[in-house]
Design a protein around this ligand. Structure first.
Ligand code: KG4
Ligand code: ZN
Length: 362
């Protein structure tokens, strides 16, 4: 199958999104995409409330999907398959999107393709750019922060991971401490623009370790101590945001530098891909771009709307899976997975964090 058109659905966190993507001879074209954010519903709580998210997805999922289909100018009959995020994520929301996708696939007698949300992020640069395998991926979002060697579709090796908070979570926590609003990342980035990144000395953990693991929990604690110890005015808050963002950028780029230095060993191609919500941060992009250039590599980052959660990346992952003939048997019976690491073998053997009964998170 050299040419497939897939309807993708994304509901794993706080965006209800649907998109139609055509994959022809390895090149993706987005025929339509619709996204409805729930930011306003969660803002009063300073974070995503799973129950509110699930209800909001259930309220609008069918309309969002309908809008994406009608914008694409295609009918369900003209679609080759329906892909939906089937994990990892907030389970209530994941189930809403997955059940919507399954119902549509069943009604139209089309294949249903369960998609790993992280695979969506991992493939997201391929929506817009000629980003051939293999590449070194830095996946930085609200729930994940990992270096992954991507050799091909489904061929992912975790090279390093955060051992506590994800970088996006660290941004969100600072925004909450400073009451900057939700979501935190863009608010911290905005405040940092007028701040002095050298004003506060913040930790850069694990840089002395000869691996690609990262840690961001201590950064939040250090920021909390500063906020407790002194009353920050507007400028003080901006300085703290700038110092904090610089610390995160330093940690990510120091580890990216190490990852690229081991390039021959990891065989990841001269491509450094950054994906996930935090990849929207321009200071972090600039820092990573500098590191890539120093190694004669290129930095590839999706356009901003494809850094944060979106359905085009889910449709693309579904299309690539369908073309490869790599769709699970009995996909309609696929159970939603709250945890679903990209490199399952590594996550099971060495759960950096979030192990235990519910299974490895990363
Ligand atoms: O990929 P994403 O939309 O959802 C997850 O799968 O987690 O990432 C959301 C995360 C949030 O933590 C948000 O604060 C962060 O990405 N984020 C940013 C920026 N835009 C979004 N962090 C830093 N700077 C930004 N401009
Ligand atoms: Zn995501």
């Amino acid at each position: 199958m050299a040419d497939v058109t897939i309807l993708g659905i994304e509901t794993s966190c706080d965006e209800t999104a649907a998109a139609v993507v055509r994959l022809k001879n390895g090149k993706a074209t987005i025929l339509s995409e619709t996204v409805r954010s729930q930011v306003e519903a969660h803002a009063p709580y300073g974070g995503v409330v799973p129950e509110i998210a699930a209800r909001a997805h259930a309220d609008i999922a069918d309309r969002v999907v309908e809008a994406a289909l009608s914008d694409s100018g295609l009918t369900l009959d003209e679609i080759d398959g329906v892909a939906a995020t089937s994990g990892p994520g907030l389970i209530g929301g994941v189930m809403v999107g997955m059940m919507t996708g399954k119902a549509m696939a069943l009604a139209a007698d089309k294949p249903f393709i369960p998609v790993n949300h992280l695979e969506g992020h991992a493939l997201s640069p391929r929506l817009a750019t000629d980003c051939a395998f293999p590449y070194l991926l830095l996946l930085v979002s609200g729930g994940h922060c990992q270096f992954i060697r991507v050799r091909g579709l489904g061929d992912y090796t975790r090279l390093g991971t955060t051992i506590d908070d994800a970088a996006g979570e660290a941004f969100d926590k600072l925004a909450k401490l400073l009451a900057l609003g939700f979501p935190g990342g863009p608010a911290v980035e905005e405040a940092a623009k007028t701040g002095d990144p050298a004003r506060f000395k913040l930790p850069r953990p694990l840089l002395d370790r000869p691996n690609l693991d990262m840690s961001f929990a201590g950064l939040k604690t250090a920021a909390a101590r500063i906020i407790e110890a002194e009353t920050l005015d507007q400028q003080g808050k901006a300085d703290l945001c700038a110092s904090y963002q610089a610390a995160i950028a330093d940690c990510l780029s120091a580890k990216a530098d190490r990852a690229l230095a081991g390039y021959d060993a990891v065989g990841a191609g001269k491509r450094l891909v950054v994906a996930g919500g935090v990849a929207a941060n321009s200071a972090i992009r600039a820092a990573l771009d500098g590191v890539a250039q120093a190694h004669g590599a290129v930095l590839i980052a999706p356009p901003l709307r494809h850094c944060t959660d979106n359905a085009a990346m889910i449709a693309l992952a579904g299309a690539e899976r369908l073309v490869a003939g790599d769709v699970p048997d009995e996909a309609l019976g696929f159970a939603a997975r709250p945890r679903w690491p990209l490199d399952e073998a590594r996550a099971l053997a060495d759960p950096a964090y979030g192990g235990g009964k519910r299974g490895a998170k990363a």
